[in-house]
Ligand binder design. Structure first.
Ligand SMILES: [Zn+2]
Length: 374
């Protein structure tokens, strides 16, 4: 099989419009599946909904757990501001490759697919590789959750999540738990508020109560503190009525040791005296590997020449499919987030990726693949 040019492959992937919503990842996923099948991988496709296709590609002789590389093919929308570049044509300017998904994260997928195709023959004679390419990551990790829930992932020994990190290896990220809280009341004419029961006033008190909420774990040595933000508020239909319903959504970012079911119960207990109800709407667990882990240290070593100094243990601000995949693989295995994209450019207008970094990423992934002993 001819070598894959990772920059050309990134450009090919950019040409598939996989903006989520609606996603419709199938054509893009099948393009990657075709390349991997031709290189000797066993490829299985899994749809969590029509056209919402993820894939799992395996190669190896079963002598040990394979090394997993993962990435998502869906992207976020283009945003309201106009782009100065074509978002799908793969335009380049010097070292920059422009396009929606160039950084987050079609370049990362192209890099590990190019490295994996290149080393496929070696990988077939050892514990090998497991490539998990997901749909629906940008809205609640839907593809990864589906495969984890349905036992479609098998096993792996370690995970590289090729999200945009500028080739810096991060040892995890916070968990993400979103909640909707609603209050109810009784409507009445706005001139006679004493006859009604105002749901917005109740919600104002709920928001006040939330300011005093204390997480069960106050801080994590690498991740720092958990956070909470009231992101949206809605209530009332017209100015001259007493509102009988109000809703807020709450974005919490958690650290290891905070269980999301327990967190939901604690929030419910806090706001119950106001008659409010809490419902969890998004759930992605924290991902964390002790930096002292032997494989993580190997990854740090491999990255050092590209960074000019040995990496320090850090976690990244965004969340990934890694937490759900780890659950799908049965729990305890190390994971790093490491990919060629620029973290500051994810989801931006005129998103771009450095062509040099894509090349470095392929070399780095090749090293990790060659060192992997299962
Ligand atoms: Zn991403």
């Amino acid at each position: 099989m001819a070598a894959i040019d990772p920059r050309a492959l990134t450009r090919e992937l950019l040409a598939f419009n996989t903006i989520n919503p609606p996603g419709m990842e199938r054509a893009c996923t099948e393009h990657l599946g075709g390349i991997l099948e031709a290189a000797g991988f066993a490829v299985a496709y899994h749809d969590f909904a029509p056209g919402r296709t993820s894939l799992v590609a395996r190669i190896g002789n079963g002598s040990g757990a394979p090394l997993c590389f993962t990435g998502h093919v869906d992207t976020v929308p283009l945003g309201a501001a106009p782009w100065t570049r074509d978002a799908f044509a793969g335009e380049t300017d010097g070292d920059r490759l422009y396009g929606r998904g160039s950084t987050d994260m079609k370049s990362g997928i192209a890099a590990f697919v190019a490295a994996a195709v290149d080393l496929a023959k070696d990988a077939a004679r050892g514990p090998g590789l497991l490539l998990v390419i997901t749909a629906g990551e940008e809205i609640g990790c839907e593809g990864a959750k589906y495969m984890a829930d349905h036992g479609l992932l098998g096993s792996a020994g370690a995970i590289v999540v090729a999200e945009p990190t500028g080739n810096y290896p991060y040892v995890g990220h916070k968990g993400l738990a979103w909640f909707e809280i609603e209050t109810h009341g009784v409507t009445a004419h706005g001139s006679m508020p004493e006859v009604g029961d105002n749901a917005i006033v109740k919600m104002a008190n709920v928001i006040g109560d939330l300011q005093g909420f204390r997480f069960p774990v106050e801080s994590h040595p690498v991740m720092g503190k958990p956070t909470m933000n009231v992101g949206t508020i809605r209530g009332g239909l017209n100015t001259n009525s007493v509102p009988d319903e109000a809703r807020i959504t709450l974005d919490t970012r958690t650290v290891p040791g905070i269980d999301h079911v327990h967190l939901c119960q604690s929030l419910q207990a806090l706001v119950a005296p106001r008659g409010a109800k809490v419902r969890q709407i998004v759930d992605t667990k924290a991902l964390y590997t002790e930096p002292a882990n032997e494989w993580v240290q190997q990854v740090f070593e491999a990255c050092t020449p590209y960074l000019g100094a040995r990496p320090q243990p850090k976690t990244i601000t965004f969340s990934t499919d890694g937490a759900d995949l780890k659950r799908g693989f049965g729990g305890e295995l190390p994971a790093v987030i490491l990919g060629p994209g620029e973290p500051t450019l994810a989801h931006q207008t005129d998103e771009w990726c450095s062509l040099d970094r894509i090349g470095q990423s392929v070399e780095l992934f090749r090293t990790l693949m060659q060192q992997w002993k299962g």
